[in-house]
Design a protein around this ligand. Structure first.
Ligand code: S0N
Length: 273
């Protein structure tokens, strides 16, 4: 594991943000707290995911946690206050929700590389990723009702889409922990591998996807999202359709005609069956 030369893209305080061969790796770097996130962590995650969106040379993103104990243990209880997790200025925030949406809307595949506990808000983070590959020591679960929180958004409804309503209710109501093998059986995890194979496996999956059409992957992700995300999902898919339309002469003709102060001539464009 870690035999590749990951190059730092940008320095942060609570995450690592690295690149190797077109693959970005974002690592929550708070192993002392089982990689629990603070408002600073989520702010930095947002910055990194924004950069992943902008960077043309990044094709796939891996999300993981530092060390071999935890992927992420959710919100940092040390800064949980009234109204949210308290940032350096004393403002309560639930900013992991923004990170969830960024993962959902990133037009590139995101793989959760789960190397230990994926608990609470950390479990929801892996859920949001397009694919999850876990090490054999990984443990999954929600703790909200036990520790005074809940995620009734994607953390509930998307979980239910993946594991079914009964199982989702069990996971949230009983707050049990599940092994990697159990998570795989529930469809929460794509593959389980020994810890020392985890990064290799994730890189192999990323490299396989990188041999495929990035636009096809983008459209499939948008389509899978759209089925579940209502108008916001349709907006994402429609935005991609608009982007593709703008590549056509037919779309260019409308703009050109306007600027040339003439009537557009759309007759020549095909009306396929
Ligand atoms: C992860 C667990 C199971 C690991 O157990 P283990 O291996 O026995 O280690 P510990 O000794 O328990 O932990 C080692 C040290 O790490 C600290 N620590 C662990 N987790 C956290 C944490 N989440 N926050 C702060 N510190 C943490 C321990 O305290 C310990 O420190 P020391 O050595 O000083 O004792 C186990 O640690 C565990 O169960 N952790 C708690 C997991 C949990 O309940 N997480 C849920 C937190 N809540 C959320 O994530 C809610 C998300 C949320 O609020 C939300 C909801 C909706 C919309 C938005 C949000 C939002 O967050 O923005």
């Amino acid at each position: 594991m870690n035999k590749r030369e990951w190059k730092t893209i940008r320095e942060f305080e609570e995450i690592l943000f690295e690149e190797y061969n077109g693959i970005a790796k974002i690592t929550i770097n708070r192993p002392r707290y089982r990689n629990a996130f603070t408002p600073k962590t989520t702010w930095e995650l947002s910055q990194a995911f924004s950069l992943c969106r902008e960077m043309q040379d990044i094709s796939v993103v891996l999300l993981t946690g530092a060390g071999d104990m935890a992927f992420c243990s959710g919100g940092d209880m040390n800064v949980k206050g009234r109204g949210g997790y308290i940032d350096g200025e004393g403002v309560p925030r639930l900013s992991v929700l923004d990170v969830q949406m960024q993962i959902r809307r990133l037009p590139k595949p995101v793989i959760a590389m789960v190397n230990g506990f994926a608990i609470g808000g950390g479990h929801v983070l892996h859920l949001m990723c397009d694919l999850t590959i876990a090490s054999e020591n990984a443990i999954f679960g929600q703790t909200g009702p036990k520790v005074g929180s809940f995620d009734a958004g994607f953390g509930a409804s998307y979980l239910a889409r993946i594991v079914g309503q009964k199982k989702a209710r069990e996971i949230w109501f009983l707050c049990r922990k599940y092994s990697a093998a159990e998570a795989e059986r529930m469809g929460l995890v794509n593959k389980v591998v020994p810890l020392d194979r985890l990064e290799d496996e994730c890189v192999e999956w990323a490299e396989t996807m990188m041999q495929h059409s990035p636009l096809a992957l983008r459209m499939i992700k948008a389509g899978l999202n759209a089925e579940l995300d209502g108008q916001a999902g349709i907006q994402e898919l429609a935005g991609d359709a608009t982007m593709l339309y703008y590549f056509l002469d037919e779309a260019q003709e409308g703009g050109k005609a306007f600027l040339e102060k003439r009537k557009p001539d759309f007759k020549k464009y095909p009306k396929l069956p």
